[in-house]
Design a protein around this ligand. Structure first.
Ligand SMILES: [Zn+2]
Length: 81
């Protein structure tokens, strides 16, 4: 069985899915038997997921309003000319 130190060393490779089947099995066995490392693995996995699936930063409301106002002014100006 892996020690927690070995587990942590292998964790990023495990989450990258770049480990061989045998090493993956050892990691999964350790997670199933060690609640601390399960939490670490779960948290790290979620963090990576959020990081990879991150949406483009949404436009702040005030910037959105200002852009809209600028657009309206532009349209109004075009109507005059
Ligand atoms: Zn552990």
């Amino acid at each position: 069985m892996l020690t927690c130190k070995q587990f942590l060393e292998e964790l990023t490779d495990y989450l990258d899915e770049s480990l061989s089947g045998e090493s993956r099995a050892a990691i999964e066995k350790h997670i199933s038997e060690c609640p601390n490392c399960w939490v670490v693995a779960d948290t790290t996995r979620k963090t990576i997921k959020i990081y990879k699936g991150m949406d483009p930063y949404p436009i702040p409301q005030d910037l959105h309003d200002r852009l809209l106002a600028a657009l309206e002014r532009k349209k109004a100006g075009m109507r005059q000319t």
